[in-house]
Design a protein around this ligand. Structure first.
Ligand code: GAL
Length: 469
């Protein structure tokens, strides 16, 4: 039969009559074409375990594979000294490791490893060609005026109207001091710094978009108060840029959230006031705008013992009366929320002030929970480095457009003795494959995807990433 013949190898096809042979080979080529198309299709739309279709994984891109290389980091700790600096010795937090001890020691011989000096600063204005676009977690990072970027505890907004990224954070370029002997190290409020960029590497200082109040001592933004972790989202209905932030007094007893708005992403923002969300304390916080336009406030509450999550009103200027309590009794803070293929993820830290501790990744099918803990997402470095989140604390997770499952994990390497000199630790975060953190945390199905933050001393986004779709 003709069809049977078509499956024979061409050499076995003894076609002498030109036209028949042409039509036979045309069918063969069409069949091969179909097979090829089918193969491509099944690569692009392979079925997920739960029947959901998923896109071609960004991380299959060869340059993204490089980001998933496990990179070791050997830090030779000097022999323990008899006497540590008084501040290091007085630390009360729990999960101290010799590495964190060393890190917190202002006189450590490894200071230049944790906080490399000016000569290794990332200077996008100066660097050109093949050396461009590299992130070096922990190094000083200069803006286009060649000043260190001041956007600590920050977050990034992608502004679709101007196709520009805006990075907002605590502008901490002031003196570090303690208001009381036992108080946390602090810098007076200067305001919220804002930087803009098209490439996520070269940042232009847009100035202070929400400034401290210098005169009125009763104002939330009076300089001796606390303004931390500002995050901005855009409201599609009101066309306003809305900023939420942690507002506190010097002793962290006010425990509130502040709200400010602006017509443009580069400010100035108008401060509208503060509140205790749902009537509860709120310290470390973040916001998350979902695909359906509903935004949520996520905040550490009840003396940091419980994380609260609740939806905002449509204008993002207030909260709905709905609230869920999650991670009860687990003392999680520094939340950073992101979403991938319908699943919500969160990275949190423990509560140890400016000192680094172990990050945890969490997942949920609904942002209001229930949330499950997947375990420590850090990969590479070395064990002590991993259980200290590479000596940093989460602040935000930025999705990379066009690269489904790929994100930038943004964290702060706080420098408690000179907070303005705190550094940024940006690393690739990839959601892929089934989780390997099984026994310790996961109690039941579904089997979540694995969340991994890969340590790299030096890395960059795949070239042309912003145009990949
Ligand atoms: C951390 C918190 C920071 C800051 C610091 C002050 O726990 O994540 O945002 O509030 O405490 O000690």
């Amino acid at each position: 039969m003709r069809m049977r013949n078509l499956y024979r190898k061409p050499t076995t096809l003894r076609c002498n009559a030109g036209s028949r042979c042409y039509s036979a080979s045309a069918v063969i080529w069409s069949l091969l074409g179909c097979l090829l198309l089918f193969h491509l299709y099944s690569n692009i739309h392979h079925k997920h375990g739960e029947g959901r279709e998923v896109q071609l994984r960004a991380s299959n891109h060869p340059q993204f594979r490089e980001l998933q290389q496990v990179e070791e980091e050997i830090i030779q700790l000097p022999p323990q000294k008899g006497k540590r600096s008084p501040r290091a010795a007085k630390r009360r937090h729990k999960r101290v490791t010799p590495l964190v001890d060393e890190f917190l020691d202002e006189d450590s011989r490894l200071r230049h490893v944790f906080f490399p000096g000016n000569n290794s600063a990332i200077d996008p204005v100066k660097v050109t060609g093949n050396d461009s676009y590299y992130y070096y977690p922990g190094r000083i990072w200069l803006d286009t005026d060649r000043n260190p970027i001041q956007a600590h505890g920050g977050g990034i907004l992608y502004d679709e109207r101007s196709n520009t990224y805006f990075w907002y954070g605590e502008y901490k370029d002031g003196l570090t001091y303690r208001a009381h002997k036992r108080g946390a190290a602090r810098v007076d409020i200067i305001g919220v710094g804002c930087y803009s960029s098209k490439d996520l590497w070269t940042w232009k200082n847009e100035g202070i978009v929400l400034a401290a109040e210098e005169m009125n001592g009763t104002h939330d933004l009076y300089k001796s108060n606390v303004l931390e972790r500002p995050k901005v989202i855009f409201n599609d209905k009101t066309r306003k840029y809305v900023m939420w932030m942690h507002i506190d007094d010097v002793n962290y007893t006010k425990a509130a959230v502040g709200i400010a708005i602006s017509d443009t992403p580069d400010g100035p923002f108008e401060y509208l006031g503060s509140q205790r969300p749902h009537g509860y304390e709120s310290r470390d916080m973040t916001v998350f705008k979902d695909e359906d336009g509903v935004a949520y406030l996520i905040y550490s509450s009840e003396e940091n013992n419980v994380l609260h999550i609740g939806p905002m009103t449509e204008d993002y200027l207030n909260l709905m009366p709905v609230m869920r309590r999650v991670f009860v009794g687990q003392r999680r803070e520094a939340p950073a929320v992101f979403k991938h293929q319908g699943t919500y993820y969160m990275i949190t830290s423990g509560c140890t002030g400016w000192a680094p501790n172990e990050a945890l990744a969490h997942a949920a099918e609904s942002i209001l929970g229930p949330w499950e803990t997947l375990g420590n997402p850090c990969v590479g470095g070395n064990k002590m480095f991993r259980i200290a989140t590479f000596l940093a604390q989460s602040t935000f997770v930025l999705p990379l457009p066009g690269f489904s499952g790929s994100f930038i994990f943004m964290a702060d390497r706080w420098n408690p003795s000179d907070l303005r000199d705190s550094r940024y630790v940006w690393l690739p975060l990839i959601v892929e494959g089934p989780t390997h953190h099984s026994s310790e945390y996961i109690s039941r199905l579904p089997l979540w995807s694995r969340v991994s933050i890969y340590w790299h001393r030096k890395w960059r986004l795949p070239q042309g990433w912003s145009t990949f779709k």
